[in-house]
Structure formats: C-alpha cells, structure tokens
Design a protein around this ligand. Sequence first.
Ligand SMILES: [Fe+2]
Ligand SMILES: [Fe+2]
Length: 382
Amino acid sequence: MVGATLLPASALLMTQGKAQADELHEGKRHKGNGTLSKGDADLLRFAAWAEVVESDLWTQYNELGGATQPNDGPTNVGNPAYILALQNLDSDMPQYITDNTDDELSHAAFLNAYLMSHGAEPVNLDAFRTLTGSTAKGAQKIGRLTNLLNLNVDTSWYTRYRSEENPDFGATFAQAVNPPNGIKNEPAIPLNDTDTPPGQSQPVPPITEAEKRMQAIANTAGFHFAFIEQGGSSLYPTLALKASSEEVLRILLSIGGVEIDHFSLWHDKAGNAVSSPLAPLTDPETGVTFADLNAPPTELTQTNKILPEPCDFINEEGLPPCSVIRPTLTRFGGAVATVKAFTDDGLFGPIDGLNGQPQSFIDFAMKLANAADNARRDLGED
Ligand SMILES: [Fe+2]
Ligand SMILES: [Fe+2]
C-alpha cells in the first residue's frame, strides 16, 4: 500500500525530470536543482577527474607518511623514518596528510555521486591503476594511477605568490628550489628499504647519506603537496567562472575553498625545508639542493611570507594591486593547463614508457579537460 501511494509522486518527479531534460535539450535556461546542463556536467566531470587523481597520490602519501593512529580513520602502518623526516617540517605533518587525503577522497566521491544523481557520467579511472608504487615499509602492494617515485616539482608557485606580478598577464617566475630547474627527478616517497632504511633516525640536520636522502625525499613531498594544491586553488576559480547553475557554482566555490586552505597549509610547511636548521641540504643521489632561502631573506624568498602578496589584477595598469589567487585565466590555470602541469610534474610517469600511463590516459584526460575549458556560463538571459 505504501508503494502504491508513493507511485503517483515518483511518476510526477519523473515527468518533471523529463520536461527539464527536454528544455535543456532545446538549449533553454537551467537554474534549478534538476538535471545538469552539458556545460555544468563537463565542469564537474573534470573536477572529478582531478580529484580521483589527487586521491590516488594522497593515498600513497598517507600510507607512508600519514598518521599511524588517526583520530578518525583506520590505523596506518606508515614508514617510520619518512614520518620522522616529514615531522622535521612540522610535528603535525602526519595528521595533516591524513586529513588532506580524506578531503580528496570525499571530493572525488561527492562529485561522482552528484554527477550520477543527475543522470550524468561519472569518472572512473580504475582501468589505469596499473603503475608500480613504492616497495618501502608502509606501502600497500596495489596498482597506482600516479607515480611519485621520480617527480619534477615546479617550485615557481613559491616566488609567484611573493611577487607583485600576475601570471595572467604573462609574468613568469623563478624556481625557489634548486634553481634554475626546480626539483628534478626526485622521489617524493621512499623507494625501498635499501635506499632509505625505515628504522633510521632523522636528526636535524641529517648526518649520514641515507638520512640526507630521506630528508630530501620528505622535503620534495613538502613542496609537492603545495604544488598540487596551488593547482587546485587556481583550477576551481577557472571552472566556477563557467558554471551556469547556482548549485554547481556553490559546489565549485565550496570545494575550491578547501583547495586554497590546503595550499596555504602546505605553503607554510614547505618553508621549513628551506630554512635553518634543516637547510641547506643536498640529496646525495640526485644532487637536488634545498638552499636556506632566508640567507639572506628577500621579497621573493623569505620563508614566512606565506600570504599572497598583492599583485596586478584585472588590469595590468590603472587599478591598485590586490591580494588574489593567481592564475585564474583558463589558459594558465584551467583544466587543460592542469593536465599539462600534472604530466610535466611526472605524476603519470613517462607517457607510454616504463611505469608510466599510456597515451590513452592523457587523451581521455584532455577530452574531459577541453570540454570543461569550453563550457560557458549560460544564465539564459535572452
Ligand atoms: Fe580536492
Ligand atoms: Fe586538495
């Protein structure tokens, strides 16, 4: 009897859904909570792709460097020496890593669920979980989407946010770490227990070659965390500017705000890798050097200048400088730019190479990215 009484209401909802879908099909306005316009679905689908990728890399960081007894998750084996090296950046690093991982998993799950609840295709990259990860103590032996074993970390975000110039006007920025190239061919997680014994101590500053190696790996992670999250800080505003429905705009602004929160946190922690007493430090294997950026402190290097310096905004001339997220133009911070930045980072390994994703992975990412970048805000005001 209950089913029978509910039937007319659900039938009515289905009819309304069909009417809304027809209206969208005809290119009409869409402001409500019903079906998604193609453009809005494209925006959320690329965001979901980015969050699935972020979830994979953060899960690897969490297995090795996250809290071993998190207050709101399962216990974690962890890699004791890696955790100690991360704690040389901040004693709370493991909990922050665990919480950042939770956030990304929630973003991916929410975006995919929202897409599906609106009849739109979600993002599933499971077929690409084929890369080999770390074999060090703490790492699960499972296929990975991302490769954290050999990264090129662009550290120009550090000088960009200390500069009065804005990349949206074409400004470029120097590498903060290991100039002129940035962090090159460096692992961000321990590779195996021979390279970096999991039981070793991590004094400040490190003394033995293996201690220096592990600290350089943890420092690379510290800069990589901020690199990934500054990317999200720019991506979400570029996507939000194209949203048509108020609810999709709300989703993009609300998740985007958390990406900025992540970036701000990691920006602060990364500074401890490039200041005394941890810096200067050189990885004995790769030669990547983390100099003391406070020796001497400058406008573009001083480690505690972590809040965005006011910069050019909207117009290069004529308006006063403004403290803003940058870039927020599609060309520099949009979806295609994000796929390119992640690929250049080495996050997907050598494409079509050893322990790298195939070209088909990049092709799929670029298809979603182009669709998102080409979405346009449509309020139906005609
Ligand atoms: Fe996220
Ligand atoms: Fe994030």
